[in-house]
Design a protein around this ligand. Structure first.
Ligand SMILES: [Zn+2]
Ligand SMILES: [Zn+2]
Length: 472
């Protein structure tokens, strides 16, 4: 049964921590190395158990269209073409026989590389090089040996025990044939491919899916027979020969791909684990630090360990101050928890981010909470303080403006927006809080301190307007 990720319940698990009793999927472990099967548990740092690609493999009966598409690639089509057409082009019967035999060997070798390749998790057909190389010739002779032995068993049985025993032996051989091919592909010995105990063990380990596979193979070969018969009856000998060659090749390739897939799907049950080659690139892309941090954040959030999440994000923000994505993560979690203190070290960037995103209401709410919590708290940035004060003024948050701009010139002696800040403060005091004297005091201070201010006359005018009781 497929095991699922503890944190992503619809994703099949790839790794398991025996200590934490947790399963993890690919997304949880972006740095996992499936080739070396090495990965540490993000919770306890112990080594994880690799569950194999089998856990994420789709059952073979659910991917039938993919099986039928498999032989339609260049390499298998070319090989089937060569095997079918080449013997027909040779006039000498002896030569045609030799060529046919050689091509049969080449085809068998190719079928075994399909099986091996699929069992290792490659879902694309192997290249033709594997069919024509001398490597793996052993398997070919072993397969021939296995067929001879099976033939002898049937012959022996019918001679010793009559027709009934002959039929029974044939039925047994047919039933174990797929298991025998799989055994040979895995162990590369004739004994493993004919040993009734080993074959029975393989079948019982696979259980009912073996019989599902068997039924599929039977249907495949039956359809192959029907199609070939149809061609022979309804077309010329030449066309029937070519057609039959293609049909046989096509269906046999599907059968071997299917056998390989069953080994791949049940690798864990059968006692070996391979990597899912199809997704390797994806793994490499994900194998970066940022991915690990995101996965950790996800994990801790799901565990309800919010303090841990905050520490992680804050750590990242200390390294890269202008990371809006991390800023947003920290803001969201602290805001949801009502934890303002954790936001303090990053308040300037955070307010700036909120203002850039056109969320001044949120920035103002946050700042008000901070001021309420800490009487002494003051922003340490002249530009952000002034920007916040502007928004606060437009929202009639006059007390907030006063707090933001209080002692501006002594807090930021080098700032170039002191005049702007105090004009805004004077307007707030005069228009919003009706504190005429204080507003006038600020304007007078500006006139004294900045005699070169280009709009100094405007400042004087403002002061007079206030004195007359007007709005500035
Ligand atoms: Zn997961
Ligand atoms: Zn663990």
């Amino acid at each position: 049964m497929t095991a699922f990720c503890h944190y992503h319940p619809i994703s099949p698990a790839k790794w398991r921590c025996r200590d934490c009793q947790r399963n993890y999927c690919k997304a949880c472990l972006p740095g996992a190395n499936e080739r070396t099967r090495r990965c540490q548990c993000p919770r306890c740092n112990h080594s994880l158990q690799f569950l194999g690609a089998a856990n994420t493999a789709i059952p073979f009966w659910e991917r039938l269209p993919a099986f039928f598409q498999y032989p339609l690639a260049k390499a298998p089509l070319a090989l089937v073409g060569i095997c079918t057409v080449a013997p027909l082009l040779i006039s000498s019967q002896l030569l045609a026989f030799i060529v046919t035999l050689t091509l049969l060997c080449v085809m068998t070798k190719y079928l075994y590389s399909i099986l091996d390749n699929t069992a290792e998790g490659h879902m694309n057909p192997p290249t033709l090089v594997s069919a024509f190389s001398s490597e793996g010739l052993n398997t070919l002779f072993q397969q021939i040996g296995v067929f001879i032995i099976f033939g002898l068993i049937i012959l022996g049985a019918s001679q010793a025990g009559g027709q009934l025993l002959g039929w029974l032996a044939t039925a047994f051989v047919l039933l174990v044939l797929p298991a025998s091919v799989m055994s040979l592909a895995r162990e590369r010995t004739i004994i493993s491919a004919i040993n009734p105990l080993q074959l029975t063990l393989l079948i019982s380990t696979l259980g009912w899916p073996y019989f599902v596979l068997y039924a599929h193979l039977m249907l495949l070969f039956l359809s192959m027979g029907v199609a070939v018969d149809f061609l022979i009856e309804h077309s010329s000998a030449m066309l029937a020969g070519v057609g039959a060659g293609f049909i046989n090749g096509y269906f046999t390739i599907i059968a071997f791909h299917m056998l390989g897939y069953v080994l791949f799907q049940y690798q864990e049950k059968l006692g070996y684990a391979t990597t899912d080659q199809q997704n390797d690139d994806e793994t490499n892309v994900l194998a970066n630090r940022a991915g690990r941090i995101d996965a950790d954040i996800d994990l801790y959030l799901k565990e309800g360990e919010y303090q841990h999440v905050k520490q992680l994000v804050a750590g990242e923000l200390k390294k890269k101050k202008d990371d809006p994505w991390r800023m947003e993560q920290l803001y969201r979690i602290c805001d949801a928890q009502g934890d303002i203190t954790s936001l303090k070290p990053f308040i300037i960037q955070l307010l700036d981010t909120l203002l850039v995103r056109n969320q001044p209401e949120q920035a103002i709410t946050l700042l008000k909470k901070l001021y309420l919590e800490d009487e002494e708290f003051a922003l340490k940035d002249a530009v952000v303080s002034f920007k916040m004060a502007q928004f606060a003024y437009h929202q009639h948050e006059y007390k907030l403006v006063v707090r933001l701009l209080k002692d501006f010139h002594s807090r930021f002696p080098d700032a170039n927006n002191i005049t702007d800040a105090y004009i805004l403060l004077a307007r707030t005091l005069a228009n919003g809080l009706r504190l005429k004297d204080k507003a006038q005091a600020y304007l007078r201070f500006l006139i004294q301190q900045f005699p070169d201010y280009p709009s100094i006359d405007a400042l004087r005018e403002m002061e007079q307007t206030i004195a007359r009781g007007g709005r500035i």
